[in-house]
Design a protein around this ligand. Structure first.
Ligand SMILES: [Fe+2]
Length: 259
């Protein structure tokens, strides 16, 4: 069993490289999970970006702190295979977990959001405990959408031996730590961004830099440039991950303004 987890698809470059590359490799995987919280113009998920992600080959789309930025998500999340963080308060639209099923094998995918330098939500640790207990499954992947690597590793060690993998998202910069915790859970602090790295986490350099130089808010504009498809591959053996490998593919780039 092979699963590909694609890091935060961001704005037009992210959409473009996903549509260009995922169909070529889709056949190698049993399931493809895509974080799409920044897919629409860099923030949120709308109908058009959701369609593009699904047509490229995703089985499940996950969100994050920008989950609610586009109004269309409220409708999509009721009917489509989309999850938002499970530790939003009770009564939040949509759901925080999903079970992918094939040949009797049930892969539970849960997303939680961290609380360090993020909007405070319910306890992500106990939220995962509850879901693991309540939802029948054969293996589980937990995505932690969070800023702090410390919090991501704290959750990893908390779940070590109980879930197949803990994968971080949100910072948009892939980390080089993909490996295993002592009891066998695979971990990576951040899968990274599918989008252009000629940017500041997907945003146009000038607009982002302005915030740092002036201390005042600047309008967000998403960047354009050569895009990278960034993901993490998980090879399963039964309920456990046998191999975890970061995966990258960079689109051929012919110059500014040419797509
Ligand atoms: Fe995020």
């Amino acid at each position: 069993m092979k699963v590909l987890f694609v890091g935060d698809v961001t704005a037009r470059p992210g959409q473009r490289v996903l549509a260009r590359h995922l169909p070529d490799i889709r056949g190698e995987y049993d399931w493809v999970i895509v974080n799409g919280e920044n897919a629409a113009a860099g923030k949120g998920l709308d109908r058009k970006s959701y369609r593009l992600i699904r047509e490229a080959g995703a089985d499940l789309v996950t969100l994050g702190n920008h989950a609610w930025d586009k109004k269309q998500v409220y409708e999509l999340i009721e009917t489509e295979p989309i999850i938002r963080a499970a530790n939003y308060p009770p009564g939040t639209p949509g759901r925080g977990w999903w079970v992918l099923e094939r040949g009797g094998f049930r892969l539970l995918v849960v997303q939680v959001m961290g609380r360090v330098y993020m909007e405070p939500l319910d306890d992500p640790f106990r939220t995962v405990d509850r879901i693991l207990e309540e939802v029948p499954h054969d293996a589980a992947i937990v995505e932690i959408h969070a800023e702090a690597t410390s919090e991501k590793y704290a959750l990893g060690f908390y779940l070590d031996g109980r879930v197949a993998a803990v994968l971080g998202t949100h910072t948009h910069i892939p980390t080089l730590d993909a490996g295993f915790l002592p009891k066998g859970t695979a971990i990576q602090a951040d899968v990274g961004m599918t989008g252009t790295y000629r940017s500041i986490i997907g945003g146009e350099v000038e607009s982002f830099l302005g915030r740092f130089l002036t201390g005042r808010p600047h309008p967000f504009r998403s960047a354009e440039g050569p895009a990278r498809f960034v993901a993490t591959e998980l090879v399963f053996e039964g309920a456990r991950v046998r191999a975890i490998s970061p995966y990258q593919w960079e689109e051929p780039w012919r110059g500014e303004g040419i797509e």
